[in-house]
Write a protein of this length. Structure first.
Length: 354
């Protein structure tokens, strides 16, 4: 029966006018439209830039092809936002809306809602942006049997920095690397963030974990210990390694902060424990590695005094290279992990804003 119906439809669509029929002056074309106007979902911008603590709108609108209406009115519109993961097979639920029903998920709970500036506006507003919000988001609109999607990337202003703990080079498995970044007011960096940092001049010969589980490092000045002096600059890729057993350094990413980073003026140099107490007495906390990098990169903080940080390292930020203070390049200079009980240095503190 289905085959017979198909043949009938074909004969109707492609029938030529009979030469003996004078009433047919033109060839007749019959269009068959099965599902009505096609649903289209559009993101007006593919990339959106923001920073930690800010608010952002990820654009998304839906239309029906060949019409200016938002929906057909026969089905409720369902809008679903998800965050795409690096393996492209899993998605993290962010927000779902259908009619008057709204639901946000996980760390997004209470921080996301639809803008709804018009009846076809499915744009997602994210408030109080966190470092882990960085990434690619999918806007999916469903109406009856029709659906379409658009993808928007949320980029954050920030800085990538290499990190290794007190025990030395190549001592972190993937999970320890993630925790190490969090402890330093940052998150483990993505490949895109490391690539952007390399394009901005980051050169580091130690391989480190990235958020997708790969191990890579950026080289702007090729040399023998770093892949060979005759190689081209680029991000060197070691590939994917066992997250539990393999050990490397890590590349962390941090953005601006809601507080004040500063070098504590103190009459004497301090041991590590004295430095911690001095910051607390000043109404602050000893600063973290991510905070000194953010202050240096995003605020242009410059100080030639070496100071303790929370992980027990001693560093100082130079934005204006000069004699005796990183003469060749702007950088956060790393002194090392001195003896906490006997070595004396200044201290960098961080006071959070309420």
């Amino acid at each position: 029966m289905k085959s017979l119906l198909f043949l009938v439809l074909i004969s109707v669509c492609w029938a030529e006018p009979h030469p003996g029929n004078s009433s047919l002056e033109h060839e007749r074309i019959v269009h068959i439209q099965e599902n009505g106007p096609r649903l289209l979902v559009v993101a007006e911008q593919a990339k959106i830039f923001s920073h930690r603590g800010g608010n952002v709108t990820l654009p998304c609108k839906f239309y029906h092809e060949h019409t200016s209406t938002a929906g057909s009115g026969t089905h409720k519109i369902r809008v679903k936002w998800t965050k795409l993961t690096y393996d492209y097979l899993k998605e993290v639920d962010v927000f779902v809306a259908m009619g008057h029903h709204r639901k946000s998920y996980g760390n997004y709970h209470g921080r996301v809602f639809l803008r709804e500036s018009s009846e076809n506006d499915a744009s997602l507003v994210i408030t109080n942006i966190r470092l882990e919000d960085y990434g690619r988001y999918k806007c999916e609109v469903i109406e009856g049997l029709e659906d379409d999607t658009a993808v928007v990337t949320l980029n954050l202003e920030g800085v990538v920095f290499p990190y290794s703990p007190r025990m030395g080079r190549y001592n972190l498995n993937f999970h320890e690397a993630e925790r190490a970044c969090v402890e330093q007011d940052s998150v483990i960096a993505s490949f895109d963030q490391l690539y952007d940092a390399w394009r901005s001049g980051l050169d580091w010969c130690n391989a480190g974990w990235l958020s997708d589980g790969s191990v890579q490092y950026p080289i702007t000045k090729p040399r023998e210990p770093c892949g060979g002096k005759n190689t081209v600059p680029g991000v060197r890729n070691y590939g994917f390694w066992d997250k539990d057993k393999s050990r490397y350094d890590v590349f962390c990413f941090t953005s601006n902060f809601n507080g004040r980073f500063y070098y504590l003026i103190h009459p004497t140099k301090l041991t590590y424990d004295e430095a911690v107490q001095a910051c607390q007495k000043d109404g602050a906390q000893i600063a973290k590695v991510g905070q000194i990098f953010a202050a240096w990169k995003l605020l242009g903080y410059d100080r030639c005094d070496a100071g303790w940080l929370a992980d027990g390292s001693v560093r100082y930020p130079i934005s204006r290279p000069r004699k005796r203070c990183s003469p060749s390049e702007a950088a956060v200079r790393f002194v090392g992990f001195p003896d906490k009980k006997h070595k004396l240095y200044g201290v960098y503190c961080f006071r959070a804003y309420n």
